[in-house]
Design a protein around this ligand. Structure first.
Ligand code: FES
Ligand code: FES
Length: 167
């Protein structure tokens, strides 16, 4: 048995430990939001967050994920209100939808540390969109960065007390 936490729930898989996490999530946990793309680590559509970092679930066995804290697209927010999900809808990014969950999870992990990612950081993501939606994805990233900016802003400096008036 291989145990881990998936979207906040303790899961015990009775599967071959060499089973890719992608298949455990989709076929045993029915979390089909994580997409099967290339199965070779080249497309990013299977991206989930493992212990706070983006990971390609087609390249990770459940044995390697033993004890890990996994978040899939289904667990990113309770009500699809994550800034990236809001931005995706507002910019009408989705075309076939195959790449979207992986992009959103990769970006969610990246933007947790870097709310306003640089073009180089975005270009370094392994995720690809076969439908040519990349321009809309970049617009959604910019929109999500704006949505998260107030949450990530440094706290305002304390306001100096007014000087006592001289009489
Ligand atoms: S399916 Fe995992 S990287 Fe393509
Ligand atoms: S919308 Fe089809 S692969 Fe990106």
């Amino acid at each position: 048995m291989t145990s881990m936490t998936v979207n906040g729930e303790a899961i015990h898989y009775k599967l071959d430990p060499e089973t890719p996490l992608l298949f455990a999530l989709r076929d045993a946990s029915n979390l089909t939001g994580t997409k099967h793309g290339c199965y070779s680590g080249d497309c990013g559509s299977c991206t989930v967050i493992v212990d706070g970092h983006a990971a390609l679930s087609c390249q990770l066995t459940i044995a390697a994920a033993e004890g890990a804290d996994i978040t899939t697209i289904e667990g990113l927010s309770n009500d699809r209100a994550h800034p990236l999900q809001q931005a995706w809808a507002a910019e009408q990014v989705s075309q076939c939808g195959r790449c979207d969950p992986g992009f959103i999870m990769a970006l969610a992990a990246l933007m947790r540390a870097t709310p306003n990612p640089t073009p180089d950081q975005l270009a370094a993501l392994p995720n690809i969109c076969r439908c040519g939606a990349t321009p809309r994805i970049l617009k959604a990233v910019a929109r999500a960065a704006q949505l998260t900016a107030p949450l990530n802003a440094a706290p305002a400096p304390p306001v100096a007390p007014p000087k006592a008036e001289r009489t």
